[in-house]
Design a protein. Structure first.
Length: 124
């Protein structure tokens, strides 16, 4: 991963974009919980695909190792920010097991997407 600063900034943005949109669509959670959760999954996917495209756009050859490292970095960024917000004694308290089952598992799509982008390289 040659562009660590860019990777970190895009990782923050990959968390911020879905979080910001979640505030706009949050009333939907009360009326249609499953639609809200589905939309959040789609938003996370769109965000990660978009920012992965930005990150990998200038590289003709991307080793799978870079996709793995980028995905793990972004996964860690998303989980760490969320844990500050959702764990007990935080603004949106939620038990850890509930957090993992409702939110945390969705973030496994992050390394899946970044590894997918890097595996498109024909030399891998």
């Amino acid at each position: 991963m040659k562009k660590l600063k860019l990777a970190f900034i895009l990782g923050l943005l990959s968390w911020l974009l879905p979080f910001a949109v979640s505030f706009v669509i949050f009333p939907l959670k009360q009326n249609n919980y499953f639609l809200f959760e589905s939309l959040m999954s789609v938003l996370i996917t769109i965000s990660v695909v978009w920012f992965a495209k930005v990150y990998f756009s200038k590289n003709k050859e991307v080793p799978i190792k870079d996709g793995v490292l980028l995905g793990l970095l972004w996964l860690a960024i998303n989980l760490i920010i969320d844990l500050f917000l959702f764990l007990p004694k935080s603004p949106m308290q939620m038990p850890f097991v509930l957090y993992i089952s409702q939110i945390g598992v969705k973030y496994l799509s992050i390394p899946t997407i970044t590894i997918g982008f890097s595996s498109l390289n024909k030399n891998n």
